[in-house]
Design a protein around this ligand. Structure first.
Ligand SMILES: Cc1cc2nc3c(=O)[nH]c(=O)nc-3n(C[C@H](O)[C@H](O)[C@H](O)COP(=O)(O)OP(=O)(O)OC[C@H]3O[C@@H](n4cnc5c(N)ncnc54)[C@H](O)[C@@H]3O)c2cc1C
Length: 401
């Protein structure tokens, strides 16, 4: 092992959407940033991103491999509801290229990129964080190295080693496990597949507590499912789903899965010099499993908090990351959490849930909330109407269509 005397203002651990965004923001403000990523694995992901993300984080067109113009919600009894997007689209990205582009942008902005696997943080004589990591040498051997950091951002994903070491609550985090298969997309003549539509299937047999999906990505397609139930066979479910969707005899390019955290941690910083972002902080939207936008928003909030900490030396600044994020997104997380707990519990409720999606007000509100990431204040009457319709469905007063 060798101990380096290299010192950075910030070491960002993890080069996914959260870490790459944080590193980019801080480097462009003139801070000395190390972006440490273990590399070598493509993040398993459906790759759906909203226009708000594309605009806010300046994502170029060439990273969009498909533009989705509607979603089809399918109920347990196979009734479906098409939800067209009025004048907009959902962008689809391939994480292999998307994440690499984000890391390259951070490097162009001045961040130092290094491939290595974070192992732990120790303390120097003057209490400064020493970030230890392993990197593979050309001869295949592993070499341990370390750098000094005034601040550390833990953006190393759902099973974050930084979080487990620095934030006690992180080891108790609960997950949905999501699994998908990347397949060769069928041609245009396929009777059940539409390259501009995402299919979202709510059926207990395919997932007892989440949903299953078909997300087209141009030449390839992600077909997957999720569940927090340990004994549930995700592979078995996807095999069954592929058969039902007549996608079973297409080439399978990759089979992969990963955990999705269920709830934001109640604390993201260690009160000293470490703050978390993205999946490491538990920020994936309940009910939808949407995490890319929230990872990038969390990366930006962590970067702002660290910039304030570096400027003032006051460690309390680190807690502003969670506060700022929850102020903007806490209400949506709360509502989606309630929806997941209520609607995803049995097939009778799933049937009613898909039925309410037939309602034009519900469709508009859903798309507005997803696309723009804010509840639309300009339409209070729609909210009231949807509230009463929801109550009617919750109480069973309205019958499934
Ligand atoms: C099957 C599946 C489908 C999904 N579909 C969607 C979707 O369609 N749309 C959506 O918005 N979200 C989706 N999500 C969620 C989304 O993928 C995540 O929320 C998002 O990737 C979180 O970004 P992140 O940067 O926090 O973490 P990650 O993307 O997981 O990035 C973490 C990074 O840290 C690195 N790393 C990990 N450990 C170490 C270490 N010890 N040392 C150094 N580096 C390390 C990894 O190499 C990786 O680059 C899906 C998730 C799954 C599992």
């Amino acid at each position: 092992m060798s101990t380096s005397s290299e010192t950075f203002d910030v070491v960002v651990v993890g080069g996914g959407p959260a870490g790459a965004t944080a590193a980019n923001d801080l480097a462009r403000q003139g801070h000395r940033v190390l972006l440490l990523d273990k590399a070598g694995r493509i993040k398993p992901c459906g790759g759906a991103i909203p226009p708000r993300l594309i605009n806010e984080f300046e994502i170029p067109d060439h990273l969009l491999v498909a533009r989705i113009s509607s979603a089809r919600m399918v109920s347990p009894s196979n009734r479906d509801v098409d939800m067209p997007i009025d004048g907009g689209f959902v962008g689809m990205v391939d994480r292999e290229h998307y994440d690499e582009w984000l890391r390259a942008r951070a490097a162009t902005g001045g961040a130092v990129r290094r491939t290595g696997t974070f192992s732990h943080i120790s303390r120097d004589q003057d209490d400064t964080a020493l970030v230890h990591y392993e990197r593979r040498m050309d001869d295949g051997s592993l070499h341990e190295d370390s750098v000094r950091a005034r601040a550390v951002i833990g953006a190393d994903g759902a099973v974050s080693a930084v979080a487990r070491q620095c934030i006690p609550e992180a080891s108790e985090i609960r997950y949905v496990f999501a699994y998908h298969e990347i397949i060769r997309s069928p041609d245009r003549s396929h009777p059940l597949f539409d390259a501009t539509r995402c299919d979202v299937v709510y059926r207990g047999q395919l997932s007892p507590d989440f949903y299953s999906w078909v997300f087209p990505h141009g030449p390839t397609t992600s077909i997957g499912t999720g569940s927090a139930h340990k004994g549930f066979s995700l592979r078995g479910s996807v095999a069954q789903f592929r058969k039902a969707a007549a996608l079973d005899d297409l080439e399978t390019i990759r089979r992969e899965g990963a955990p999705i955290p269920l709830k934001p941690l109640s604390r993201w910083d260690n009160g000293r010099d470490v703050v978390l972002a993205g999946d490491a902080a538990g920020v994936v939207a309940p009910a939808s499993g949407e995490g890319i936008y929230y990872a990038m928003a969390g990366g930006r909030a962590a970067a702002d908090a660290v910039a304030l900490f570096l400027k003032t030396g006051d460690a309390k600044a680190l807690s502003t990351a969670r506060k700022a994020f929850m102020r903007k997104h806490g209400a949506v997380f709360f509502i989606l959490g309630m929806m997941q707990r209520y609607w995803y519990t049995n097939d009778a409720r799933r049937e009613r849930f898909v039925a309410i999606c037939r309602d034009k007000d519900v469709q508009q509100l859903t798309w507005d909330a997803y696309m723009n990431k804010e509840l639309v204040r300009a339409k209070p009457l729609s909210h009231v109407r949807i509230f009463f319709k929801n109550i009617a469905h919750l109480t069973g007063l309205a019958k499934a269509a």
